[in-house]
Design a protein around this ligand. Structure first.
Ligand SMILES: Cc1cc2nc3c(=O)[nH]c(=O)nc-3n(C[C@H](O)[C@H](O)[C@H](O)COP(=O)(O)O)c2cc1C
Length: 356
């Protein structure tokens, strides 16, 4: 049995050094995050697009309904795991990013994990909630350095941890701007995790954790991440395909059925590479003839569909996937989707990784 590192995120410390990654739209909602937090990991709600499944949403009040939906999701997760550590994943690329962060803080989150852009103003948005730990997702040491310098200078605050996510294996948007960078070793966990851990220790002389994400499935992967200097792991794909996962059964079945040939990198409407399952919708998109449903809510700061009407409404396509619409949905996944062969229980995964 390897010695487990202690994962401390500001004032919060889960029993195990595990974060279940935020997965939008709605894939990691209150049930999955509550279960992970209950069983000793950090359970993360993805704040993006929660409005669409909320009873408050009337088709015209997306932004307002989303704020309440974030709070409702936190309340539900907290009921499942009163003593657990809960996080909310907020994406910088959203037009209403600040409102996502504020709703998460007001709803009682312990941690904000922030990806899809550099969260340069995050400490300002959370200044009334000093106990909320702030954890940016980065794909390079350079990005981490920029955040540290800006936060120290403007807010006198440093991040409480960094998630390093490798584009080579992770799901969803991949944290690099070009498809050619996806397999680039410069963005591998083997390169970035030790580099960032050393920078934190030797240059910053701080003790904040680096958390490895992307392609982590079993105990061997977890041990490997710790050997690189990570103090925790973040896992997405394996948790999406659980009994507790908030997606529809059809979404999870798509994960179970996916083979290596079905996993593709697409250029998303957000202008970033993303990893997804090649279902009929994505096949048509790749072949250049996709028809989009209307834009739901102008949710992204940079959206090619909004600008040119090329591509498609990503929020709508992700909601379709969440609901199990195989023909029309965008099924984001990590490369490990090929290892999903059955539904698992959250408790069993955590026990297999950290206890047995
Ligand atoms: C379906 C899906 C949706 C995701 N959505 C988000 C998201 O909304 N925000 C984010 O920062 N990361 C998102 N991710 C990335 C995960 O949080 C996680 O870091 C990543 O998938 C880890 O790699 P793994 O899936 O190989 O474990 C998503 C991943 C998946 C599979």
């Amino acid at each position: 049995m390897f010695k487990l590192p202690v994962l401390r995120l500001g004032k919060h410390q889960p029993r195990y050094p595990l974060i279940q990654g935020g997965m939008g739209v709605g894939i990691s909602g209150p049930v999955l995050s509550g279960a992970v937090a209950l069983h000793g990991g950090v359970g993360t709600i993805a704040s993006v697009g929660l409005a669409v499944s909320s009873p408050l949403y009337n088709g015209n009040n997306y932004f307002e309904a989303n704020q309440q939906a974030v709070k409702d999701a936190l309340e539900k997760a907290r009921r499942i795991a009163p003593e657990g550590v809960l996080a909310v994943n907020c994406m910088v690329a959203l037009t209403d990013y600040e409102l996502h962060v504020r709703s998460a803080c007001e709803g009682g989150t312990d941690v904000i994990i922030s990806g899809a852009g550099l969260p340069l103003k995050l400490p300002d948005y959370t200044k009334d909630f000093p106990d909320v730990a702030l954890v940016p997702i980065v794909s390079s040491r350079k990005a981490a350095d920029l955040i540290v310098r800006r936060w120290e200078k403007l807010y006198g605050r440093i991040p409480d941890g960094f998630v390093v996510e490798t584009p080579k294996y992770a799901g969803g948007h991949l944290g690099v701007t070009k498809a050619a960078q996806v397999d680039d070793d410069a963005f591998s966990l083997e390169t970035v995790v030790p580099e960032l851990a050393e920078y934190i220790q030797k240059e910053l002389k701080l003790d904040i954790p680096v958390i490895a994400a992307g392609g982590i499935w079993d105990r061997k992967d977890v041990e490997h991440s710790f050997s690189l200097g990570a103090k925790g792991v973040q896992m997405g794909t394996r948790f999406a395909c659980t009994f507790e996962g908030d997606a529809s059964d059809r979404f999870k079945q798509a994960y179970i059925d996916a083979t290596e040939d079905d996993v593709v990198i697409i250029h998303s409407p957000a202008g970033l590479p993303g990893r997804a399952i090649k279902n009929p919708f994505i096949r048509d998109y790749i072949e250049g003839h996709v028809e989009s449903k209307p834009c739901i809510a102008n949710c992204l700061t940079h959206c090619r569909y909004k600008k040119t009407r090329e591509t498609f409404c990503i929020a709508q396509a992700l909601v379709d996937a969440l609901k199990g619409n195989w023909e029309e949905g965008l099924f984001f996944c990590g490369s490990n989707v090929t290892r999903c062969s059955k539904l698992e229980h959250v408790e069993d995964i955590i026990r297999e990784l950290f206890v047995e």
